[in-house]
Design a protein around this ligand. Sequence first.
Ligand code: FES
Length: 103
Amino acid sequence: MADWVEACAVDDVEKEDVIRFDHGGRTFAVYRSPDDKFFATGGYCTHEKAHLADGLVMDDIIECPKHNGRFNYKTGQAKGAPVCVNLATYPVKIEAGKVMIQI
Ligand code: FES
């Protein structure tokens, strides 16, 4: 059974941005979409070990900072070369101004 953990405060992430969250020896990326919804994925690009929190959010896409691979951060879907393995995604909920993710 996966646990809900507090990743950050709602205000820690700006719209159309992403931050890093580390927990239990693992790393995650927490996104806030342009339409003000929150999402979470694994932190590292599935191509090489670049952290996606250093990348660029555009609509529902995260662009990796290293080789510009792209994923849909809402579904985890890899959007083409050089990334071909999808990202893991995690359920997110907002509670009392905190972003909670189920990992
Ligand atoms: S490390 Fe992300 S595209 Fe290569």
